[in-house]
Every structure is written in structure tokens, then in C-alpha cells.
Design a protein around this ligand. Sequence first.
Ligand SMILES: [Zn+2]
Length: 223
Amino acid sequence: MSDLGAQVGKARGSAVSSPTVTPVLVAELLAEGERMPVYVHVIDHPDARVLVDTGMTQLHPAVADMDPRLDPLSEQVDFDLASIDLVINTHLHFDHCGGNRLFTGKPIYVQRRELDDARGKDDYTIREWVEAPGVQYVPVDGPLELLPGLRLVPAAGHTPGSQVLVVQASGGPVVIAGDTAVFFAELDEPRTEGQRLIRALDPEEVWLSHEHEPWRPQREGRV
Ligand SMILES: [Zn+2]
């Protein structure tokens, strides 16, 4: 990508006050015999409270084989739905957009390519969760500086329209990556455009949707 250097440069700019990232567990799915967590992430930025992905809030016959165990944001006593100012979908697979319906009236930022695929391709997602009544998408074409120090960057691979959120934190970039990598090994040895882009940012931490802890690079000289 020709503009990768520019993206890295932006992510390295000076930060005034550092946003914080908080993972929230909203579900568990059964995948190949193992329980897989489903996380969403809250970014407390000085200008706004941002939610990345919305998890699941309901069961659905299409995914019954994954035996979902749900802990929806709407039922978590210490989670204030009204405190969220804007929402980002990394992509629109069912376990990332199932709570979009809780955020009617709030802008939901997604790459236009992803929205088109979710609306147009069969067996892509649970379409009624994408198209829940009152949900308002803001289609994004390419990179977008959402707020100072918060940048949306397209990261194709898991889906062609996937995006990640790059948070400019005091220690270096922190990436909220959705499923751009599902497992740590995919960042250790990146293969997709999106995975290589994340590594090129030289991030301090990368939060994935289905891992409890953030991935961190192994720095030379560090113990
Ligand atoms: Zn996915």
C-alpha cells in the first residue's frame, strides 16, 4: 500500500491525553469444540465514548450450532448504553453487529464495502441484525480520522470490507482489530493485507474480538 507510511506517520503523532481501552465480554461461542469469548471494546476518549463492535444480544437458529452463551450489553448492570456517543463496526458478521439495535440514533461507522456485502451477499451474516429498525450507518470509504488520535483504517483479509481502529495512546498505537486476526499466531506471522498493516503500525497492543488479552509484539532486548 502506497499510503502505508503516511498512516504509520499519523499513528505516531503527538498525543495530548491518552484514550483508554476497556474490553467487555458479551458472549461465548462454541467453535470447533472450544469456547471462544466474544469481546467488544469501549474507548474513553476526551471528546467521546466510543464502542467498537456490539456483540450479540439474541439467539438465532442460524447460529444455534455454536451454542451461544450471551451476556448482552443491555443486561450488564454496570454498562450504561446511553453513555456511548458513537459506534464502530469492524465488520458485520453476526457476533460483531448483534447489538447494533441497542444504539438507534447513534452513528455507526462501517466501511461502505462491508455494508454493501452484508446487505447483498447471502449467508454473510444475520441480515436482520444488520438492518435492525432505527440503526443508522455512516458508510466510510477508506481511512478516516474519526477524532483526534482515533483513526479508522481499512484492513482487508477476514472480510474485504473489514476495518480496524487505531488509537493513539501514550505508549504507542493501540489497535482494536476485530477479527482481522482471530488468533495471536496470525499477528506473529501476518499473511493478509490487514494483518500486515497492523504489524506495520508497530503497535503496543492489539485487541482481538476473540482473545481475553491483547496481543503484544515481542521486542528485542525485552525480557
Ligand atoms: Zn468475523
